[in-house]
Structure formats: C-alpha cells, structure tokens
Design a protein around this ligand. Structure first.
Ligand SMILES: C[S@@+](CC[C@H](N)C(=O)[O-])C[C@H]1O[C@@H](n2cnc3c(N)ncnc32)[C@H](O)[C@@H]1O
Length: 304
C-alpha cells in the first residue's frame, strides 16, 4: 500500500472532505466543515481579503496537511487582487497527506481554480510563477521553524493548525510558539482554531497579544495573536470573562519542550507533573462556575 492510500476521504457537513489520521487518532478537520474551517478560522481572522490590496503578502502555513488553508488563502487574496504577489512557506511532516488530497481529487467539489498549484506543491514541493512563490518544507516543524527563522522570513499571516494539544503537544509548546512568534512580521496576524488555555498561555508568553475568533458551527472560538505594538491598530475580539478566568486555572499551564526534541508522551507527562504541583484553581471548579456558558464548556473540552 502506498503511504497516500492510507487516507480515505470522509465527508464533512459542508460537503468538503477530510481524512482521519491513524497515527494521531484524530480527524484532520472539524466535521462541521473542512473547507468552511479554512476560510473562517484561518483566512478571515488573518484579514487576507483586506490585506490583498498590498503588493506582496507572505504566508506561513504550519501543518499544511491537505493544503486547505493555503487553498483558502490563495482564493481569498486573488479574488480581491489577482496581482498580489504571494509568498508561501508551508511546513508538513508527512508528504503523503497533501499527495493523497490531490490523488483523491478533493478540490473538485470546491470548484477550485488553483488545483495545479497545490498539485505541484504536493509533488514537487515548490512552485514559482508570476504572482506566486511557494515552498512546502517536509520535516518536523520544530526543526523547519528554526531554519526559517535563520533565513529571516517574516510572515504577514501565520496559520497554526496542528492536531489537538493532547494528540500533538509538541507543536503547542512555549518554545515552539516562541519560534513561531519570531517569524511573525511586526504587522502580522497569527490564527489558530484552538482556544485551549495552555495554547493561549504559550502565545502570551511569547509576548503576543491575543483575541478570540467567532465560533464556527457549534464549535468553540479560535484565537488570533499579534505583536504588542501592532495590537493598538487592530480591533481584536476580546476574551470573554469565562475565557479570561480559564487562563487562571491549571488548564492554562502550558506544554514545554525545552530543546524542541521531546516526544509527545514526555511533554504530556512534564505538564501533568506541573499541574499536580500547582496551586492554581482546578479546571473542574472553573467549569462548574461557567457551566451555563456553552462557549466556556467548549473551551474546557479543548483542554481536557
Ligand atoms: C490538523 S492537520 C492540518 C490540516 C491542514 N492545515 C489542512 O488544511 O488540511 C495536522 C497536520 O500536521 C502534520 N504534523 C504532525 N506533526 C507534525 C510535525 N511535527 N511537524 C510538521 N507537521 C506535522 C500532520 O501530518 C497533519 O498533516
């Protein structure tokens, strides 16, 4: 069996397809709609339609996967300004994932105009044409991000889309998020689907200012992050009181990976030990206080 054959398309509620990862025990997208998630959790919160008026936009797509976030970004930008020069760096561990998305023709039901670009990226790992320069870097994003930082790449928009923190804690640690923040342009915006308190703590400890993104479907809110100096120029959706108090509970103790090399189980254990020794409020008490609030209970689920 080819590596890409292990991925079987499954329909999500908006008619687009996703895969399930046996390795991580999780779907690649929300079952409320994979395509919808790419637009509403990533392209919109990073304000790409607004920014498309700029002559050049640089994107960093962390966990490229099937390529949906890059696909949504290109469509959003070029629908507004087909002459915007886009530079994309995408990071992905497993090349079989984007290749399977192409092999299964998953962009056919998007009516997508730029499938040839995604095809080239999946199989040649780079694309260069008049208004696009894109590279798909295959490997552990923890290594790739360090090399990227050395190259001086600064992104106007960063999509942070790993599997959930319990399944893939290595891409939500304080140290990894700090590396990501170094790649964020002073006027850049980072977006992630996660509202986990541990993830938000990692973003804050990298010196970023955070806001919520509206829930999509019945899912919990996501998070955007920007540099402190830029936050005055933007209207970020502030965290609600429940979300703020969530950051004062044990759920907010972040994942740590000091050398950026530890396996998931070591990172999970390290956090669990820190939580056990902590005098912060338990997350279950916080949950009881906010039980009536569905957004809050969703946030809790993201952290359990
Ligand atoms: C939730 S999926 C991303 C979905 C994707 N953004 C899309 O639009 O289809 C997470 C992706 O992270 C990749 N991944 C897991 N561990 C990684 C690592 N250490 N470095 C880079 N990518 C990783 C997985 O192979 C998977 O494709």
């Amino acid at each position: 069996m080819l590596d890409s054959e292990q991925f079987i398309p499954q329909t999500t509620a908006d008619g687009s397809f996703t895969f399930t990862s046996k390795e991580f025990g999780e779907d690649f997208h929300s079952h409320y709609g994979a395509k919808q998630e790419s637009f509403l959790k990533f392209a919109e919160p990073t304000q790409l339609a607004f920014r498309a008026q700029e002559p050049v936009l640089r994107l960093l797509d962390i966990c490229y996967g099937l390529g949906y976030n890059t696909a949504a970004a290109l469509q959003t930008i070029w629908d507004i300004n087909p002459h915007c020069h886009v530079e994309i760096i995408a990071l992905e561990l497993n090349p079989a994932v984007p290749q399977a998305a192409i092999a299964h023709h998953l962009f056919d039901n998007w009516g997508y105009k730029y499938t040839d670009i995604l095809h080239q990226l999946a199989f040649n790992y780079q694309v260069q044409q008049e208004y696009l320069k894109a590279e798909l870097i295959i490997g552990d994003a923890r290594n790739s991000i360090q090399l990227l930082n050395q190259s001086g790449f600064l992104a106007d928009a960063i999509f942070l889309d790993p599997f959930s923190p319990p399944q893939c804690p290595q891409l939500w640690t304080v140290e990894f998020v700090n590396q990501i923040s170094l790649c964020l342009h002073p006027h850049g915006i980072l977006a992630t689907y996660s509202c986990a308190a541990a993830v938000r703590t990692a973003l804050l400890s990298a010196g970023l200012v955070i806001g919520s993104t509206p829930p999509v479907g019945r899912r919990s809110p996501g998070t955007v992050a920007v540099h402190q100096k830029y936050s005055g120029n933007l209207t970020l959706l502030p965290l609600c009181q429940a979300e703020k108090e969530h950051l004062l509970t044990r759920a907010a103790i972040p994942y740590r990976d000091p050398q950026l090399i530890d396996p998931a189980d070591v990172i999970l254990m390290r956090r669990q030990q820190e939580q056990q020794a902590s005098s912060l409020e338990s997350t279950s008490r916080w949950r009881k206080r906010w039980l009536f609030d569905s957004a809050a209970s969703n946030s809790q689920q993201a952290n359990s």
